[in-house]
Design a protein around this ligand. Structure first.
Ligand code: HEM
Length: 500
């Protein structure tokens, strides 16, 4: 009996090993992508990427940049995945006509499969985005700009009251964007701005759990187990992701309330996502999203809207304070548009200010935004990308960072230079500012993000005198974990309130 058991184990193991070896052989010699260059490990097995991201803890977009230097403009970064570096390839992949699916393994990692962000197919995402779009249109954002003014005033007043210490700008601005998104989408501010030292539990949780995303991505079993455990057990099993678990609990409670007591929506002072998502007419005969889908939509908006605008503002603010001439120009312009401290201008007025606009665009270009390659699946007929015919079924992507750091497009991409947005060639550059991606799966919150950035930057410049507290450019280092994880010293700024 003992012999036959060990024989069985041995046979199973051998079968498994033969299968793995065949897989390696197939990936290297028979796979449709066999002729594309890349490291041997990447061409052979998906474990190569796991090793780089999980064991080496390297920033994949930085690795990819080096690979392009070595292998050229198309690199096979995994057996079935290509990454492109030619800026025009970005528009081949992400454009209005490319209704391609999102790649399953990457997007499954978020646990938001039934949301505008997580739906794999164009059709599902289109239907969901059409429902929510009216809330995020530029008109709707202009009408609700008072929320941004109210939150940023509160942030600046709180900063002004804390004169004894410099301010952790990354966390302060994330408190602002989190309060914005929770108020704007759910009419329920988490009041992160009021937390001591801007260390709001939700902001800290999102920050610390950010790097664990690579684990969730590479180990689906770990992810599935974690997501199916009751919250108390999930927190014990993985303390690093406790923040995520707590966030899911808060969002589930919120959804439970609106589903069981829809009248509670009457109390909301402005239209929020649940008004639209739970409206039969708006859903045009399609079933109303269930509680899981509502919770996942809420989570997608929290993550989509939570960090990115604050990260961009932080990166831009450092550059402004590090370049006194730029700071003075911005002050001149904003003071002229906002002469009386008690009466702020409108968002529409700010949008017309050339120096402020150029600074926001350059911040978007310079900041990492969403640095990861946003993987799409080439449809069965194949597609032409970067001048090559790519076979159907291939996972393809290009990081926005490579477009934004292309010398071919920008000349001097490493320099934060707002002049590029003010010269005669500026109009042609808009095409290459791809922070919000392009095409049918581009950012739903783009108008909200712009409003937050204009209102926040103008207010910081008008209401405070700011000075760097020793932060250097090299402190603002980040690692690609889908969103950027800022692991260096955080931007600290002395903030003195302006009297008039
Ligand atoms: C500077 C700030 C922002 C940047 C740089 C940014 C960037 C992006 C990018 C690159 C995508 C495409 C992701 C993908 O292909 O998988 C995206 C999608 C998305 N963003 Fe944003 N975003 C920002 C702010 C916001 C805000 C404020 C919200 C809402 C509160 C938001 C909600 C979304 C949603 C729902 C999607 C999914 C769209 C889809 O998959 O079809 N984002 N964003």
């Amino acid at each position: 009996m003992a012999v036959s058991f060990s024989l069985l184990v041995g046979t199973l193991f051998s079968a498994w090993a033969i299968l793995r070896l065949y897989n390696l052989f197939y990936n290297l010699f028979l796979h449709p992508l066999r002729d594309y260059p890349g490291p041997l490990g990447a061409r052979s097995t998906t474990w190569w990427k796991t090793y780089i991201e999980v064991v080496q803890q390297e920033s994949f977009v930085h690795v990819v940049m080096k690979l392009h230097e070595q292998y050229g403009s198309i690199v096979r970064v995994s057996p079935n995945e290509l990454h492109f570096s030619d800026p025009s390839a970005f528009h081949d992949i992400y454009n209005a006509g490319a209704k391609w699916d999102k790649e399953d393994e990457l997007y499954a990692s978020f646990g938001e499969d039934h949301s505008s962000f997580g739906f794999r197919t164009y059709e599902e995402a289109k239907q969901r985005k059409e429902i929510m779009q009216p809330l995020f249109s530029s008109r709707a954002i202009i009408n609700l700009q008072s929320l941004a003014w109210e939150k940023i005033d509160r942030l600046v007043s709180t900063m002004s009251a804390r004169k004894e210490k410099s301010i952790d700008m990354l966390f302060a601005l994330r408190c602002f964007t989190i309060d914005m998104v929770t108020t704007f989408c759910f009419a329920r501010s988490v009041d992160a701005i009021d937390a001591p030292d801007f260390k709001a539990p939700i902001v800290e949780a999102m920050h610390t759990s950010n790097p664990t995303f690579v684990l969730l991505k590479h180990f689906p079993l770990f992810r599935k187990t974690l997501f199916s455990l009751p919250p108390w057990l999930a927190i014990k099993a993985s303390p690093e992701t406790a923040g995520l678990t707590n966030l899911q609990v808060i969002l589930a409670e919120q959804v439970h309330e609106v589903v069981t007591n829809p009248e509670s929506l009457n109390k909301a002072p402005h239209p929020i996502i649940y008004h639209r998502l739970l409206d039969k007419e708006v859903n045009k005969g399609q079933p109303i999203p269930d509680a899981t889908s509502l919770r996942e939509e809420a989570a997608a908006l929290m993550f989509g809207g939570g960090d990115s605008a604050a990260n961009t503002l932080t990166v831009g603010l450092f550059q402004i304070l590090d370049q006194p001439k730029l700071y003075d120009r911005l002050k001149d312009e904003v003071y002229q548009a906002w002469p009386n401290l008690d009466t702020h201008p409108t968002y529409e007025t700010l949008q017309k200010l050339p120096v402020l606009t150029a600074t926001i665009k350059e911040s978007l270009r310079y900041a990492p935004g969403v640095p990861s390659s946003l993987l799409r699946i080439v449809p069965p007929v194949g597609a032409s990308i970067g001048g090559k015919h790519i076979p159907g079924g291939t996972a393809v992507g290009m990081s926005t960072v490579l477009v934004h750091r292309s010398s071919e497009v920008w000349g001097n991409p490493e320099v934060f230079d707002i002049e590029r947005w003010m010269g005669p060639d500026a109009a042609g550059l808009d095409k290459w500012l791809v922070s919000f991606s392009k095409g049918p799966r581009s950012c739903l919150g783009v108008n909200l993000a712009y409003c937050e950035m204009y209102v926040a930057l103008a207010t910081l410049i008008r209401r405070l005198d700011m000075k760097l507290d020793g932060t250097k450019a090299e402190d603002l280092v980040w690692r690609d974990v889908f969103l950027p994880f800022f692991y260096g010293k955080r931007l600290r700024v002395w903030c003195e309130p302006v009297k008039s």
